[in-house]
Design a protein. Structure first.
Length: 201
């Protein structure tokens, strides 16, 4: 009977430790959540959990940003196959001839050779690619394929994130039920200890 009593006390101690650790973990997680994170006080369904997780997931946001960048890269590459117009204004003065270039990023690029005296020059340049040996077409196709791959990556990341959220959601439900079972076992053990003590008093 003494051995049984000791085992009951040990079970009670273990159950109290498990419940206390679970409560402490929940309290710690609640304290570490920032105010900028979504605060949900009502009951959360699995659909709401997935929607919130997909909205706040950094992996999903990163994949979406890469997809948007791929779209813009396709636009830039495709624009190289169209007419391009640039306007340049030069105001120079020096004691020797020199070469000047248009500002970085201006397309088409303009190069101007100026004499040693001062000079003012304004020009317009129109450029259209007549023949590039298929280079621009290949770059455009590669950019489109990269855009499709980035869009597919977004879908894959969203599906993977949704699966992880669902798994976490159901694990939380399982842990909540395990806490209830532990509490019930603790109550039963406490009642057994009480009735056992009553037999010897």
């Amino acid at each position: 009977m003494l051995f049984h009593n000791e085992r009951v006390r040990t079970d009670c101690a273990v159950l109290v430790f498990v419940i206390g650790a679970s409560a402490l973990a929940l309290r710690t997680n609640a304290q570490t959540l920032g105010e900028d994170r979504p605060q949900i006080k009502a009951a959360l369904t699995v659909t709401q959990a997935v929607q919130t997780g997909l909205k706040e997931s950094l992996r999903v946001r990163s994949a979406q940003a890469e997809a948007r960048a791929a779209v813009e890269e396709t636009r830039i590459t495709r624009s190289q196959t169209r007419p391009q117009l640039s306007s340049n204004l030069y105001l120079t003065y020096g004691d020797m001839p020199a070469n000047f270039f248009s500002a970085p990023g201006v397309m088409p690029n303009n190069i101007l050779s100026v004499p040693q005296q001062g000079q003012i020059d304004q020009n317009l340049m129109l450029m259209f690619p007549l023949y590039t040996s298929g280079r621009l077409g290949s770059l455009t196709r590669a950019a489109r394929e990269k855009e499709r791959a980035a869009a597919s990556e977004v879908g894959g990341v969203q599906a993977e994130t949704a699966l992880l959220i669902r798994n976490a959601y159901y694990r939380v439900l399982l842990m909540a039920e395990m806490v209830k079972v532990a509490q019930a076992r603790l109550e039963a053990a406490s009642e057994l200890v009480r009735t056992t003590r009553a037999l010897f008093t």
